[in-house]
Design a protein around this ligand. Sequence first.
Ligand SMILES: NC(=O)c1ccc[n+]([C@@H]2O[C@H](COP(=O)([O-])OP(=O)(O)OC[C@H]3O[C@@H](n4cnc5c(N)ncnc54)[C@H](O)[C@@H]3O)[C@@H](O)[C@H]2O)c1
Length: 254
Amino acid sequence: MSNLNDRNIIITGASGGIGRASALLFAKAGARVVLLDRDVPGIEETAGLVTGGGGKAYLIPCDITDEDAVSHAVNDVVKQFGRLHGAFNNAGVEHTNLPLHELSAAAWDRVLKIDLTGVFYCMKHQIRAMLESGGGSIVNTASALGTVAISAASDYVAAKHGVIGITKGAAVDYGTQNIRVNAIMPGIVETPMVARVSAEPHFAKQYQALRERHPIGRFGKPEEIAKAAIWLLSDDSSFVTGTALAVDGGYLSI
Ligand SMILES: NC(=O)c1ccc[n+]([C@@H]2O[C@H](COP(=O)([O-])OP(=O)(O)OC[C@H]3O[C@@H](n4cnc5c(N)ncnc54)[C@H](O)[C@@H]3O)[C@@H](O)[C@H]2O)c1
């Protein structure tokens, strides 16, 4: 596995799912993990798991839809640890689960604010810090739904397409300043988010069909996304920027 020795790395959405698995594996790969989430008991639990395994964790309660809170979080990392080497912008929420003509403006705004604007706030302040310290690597969690769609998920699909767009835009802007920016497109991964969504009647109908759409014959595990993120954050991917890497059990190949 690639190493992240002595890197200070922010993980958003670190209270559970892909974010928690990433915290544990990034710490094992040598990073100091900075855990951001609006779910404070959740990141306290993640921090306990990291330090219990001998890793280094620092937690910052933060709602990524609050730009001031995001800016303070990045400043805090620089103040405490000297610099920010990497970030995994992974926090997100699921779709509202309504067809577009039934989607309220408020529901649309909520999903877009967390899943896209929150990523913009994080990237903006992370890049600012990285420009001052010689560079870094940013990985955003998009989705296979950043390039295709499922039914009744236009809000989420639009946001995740946007995450891939902002990833490419930033890769172009900052490549010569030693800042690499990539995205991961997970297929369906067994996390609390998927447990919530699959409990909804509309999605329950699609669930079996979606499993069959993964040629590998199963859904993913959070650790399988974390391992791809480690590679993209590490120097082993030094010539990779602006890419959206599918980690999807073949979902996008069908
Ligand atoms: N699980 C999947 O199948 C799947 C597939 C593709 C993409 N994704 C993406 O992976 C990422 C992680 O999802 P997950 O499945 O682990 O979900 P999850 O619900 O288990 O975790 C999401 C985390 O984000 C945090 N969060 C939500 N809104 C926040 C906010 N405003 N500020 C700070 N933190 C916030 C939550 O508290 C939670 O800890 C998301 O971006 C999701 O869209 C998941």
